[in-house]
Design a protein around this ligand. Structure first.
Ligand SMILES: Cc1cc2nc3c(=O)[nH]c(=O)nc-3n(C[C@H](O)[C@H](O)[C@H](O)COP(=O)(O)O)c2cc1C
Length: 225
């Protein structure tokens, strides 16, 4: 059974630590076999703030999710197609980035939308965060992502059998999370073995739960989700 996993990276830095951390997680999902992955980076994308105009409550039509026409269209479409979604953000002042917050606010179209309300319900969700320091906001950033996963009606998963965070995968982008800079290497998260165990464990667990739900949904409806 093939499953489709979408990863969304909320860093404005293309190919930065958050994106490569998310890529490692996606690679771990692919290693489970029969998994199709897609990574969307928010870097350089035009994603406007939700205006609270309530258009989505009454006026959604097929493939029309929101009144605003911008790069969210691609994300809405990809989310509808995905079985599971990974939300990855750098820690910005101890919580998710503004880019990620903007994107997540626009997902209200999947909560109350007249056509797409409930569309993310029972899809599986996981959170990843990358911070400069080991103890300067990783878990609060993960919790800010996990709260969105709950509110969207998704099924949250965390990495099991890892000594890392119980809220998702947590990586550091300074030397060992100490805040030390390394001029030669700007992608230090790839040297954070402790964090990478969490990212890979999250990927594995995401596939396991997504398969269970897909089989279960198919058994209940006789035809899949
Ligand atoms: C506006 C801003 C706020 C930040 N706040 C924190 C923070 O609270 N804690 C922390 O450890 N790092 C913080 N950082 C550092 C980033 O989380 C860190 O450099 C991360 O690796 C960036 O990911 P990227 O390489 O994908 O851009 C902040 C960086 C910026 C630009």
């Amino acid at each position: 059974m093939q499953i489709d996993i979408l990863g969304i990276c909320g860093s404005p830095v293309k190919g930065g630590n958050t994106e490569v951390f998310l890529s490692e997680c996606l690679k771990a999902t692919e290693a489970e076999g029969d998994v199709n992955t897609k990574l969307i980076s928010l870097a350089g994308k035009d994603i406007k703030d939700c205006r609270h105009c309530n258009w989505c409550l009454r006026k959604q039509e097929e493939n029309k999710f929101c009144a605003q026409q911008d790069d969210m269209q691609e994300i809405y479409q990809a989310m509808v197609e995905a079985d599971a979604v990974l939300f990855a953000s750098p820690a910005y002042i101890g919580r998710l980035s503004g880019y990620m917050a903007c994107m997540i606010d626009r997902l209200r179209a999947f909560v109350y939308g007249n056509q797409y309300g409930g569309k993310l319900k029972n899809k599986v969700g996981g959170a990843l965060a990358v911070a400069w320091g080991r103890n300067s906001g990783l878990e609060t950033t993960l919790l800010s992502l996990v709260s969105a996963i709950f509110i969207l009606g998704m099924i949250p998963v965390i990495p099991l059998a890892s000594p890392g965070s119980p809220f998702g995968a947590a990586g550091v982008s300074s030397e060992g999370g100490t805040g030390r800079f390394n001029r030669e290497d700007k992608l230090l998260v790839l040297r954070d073995e402790y964090g990478l165990v969490g990212a890979r464990g999250l990927g594995k667990r995401l596939v396991e739960v997504t398969r269970l739900l897909k089989v279960g949904g198919g058994a209940l409806s006789g035809q899949g989700r």
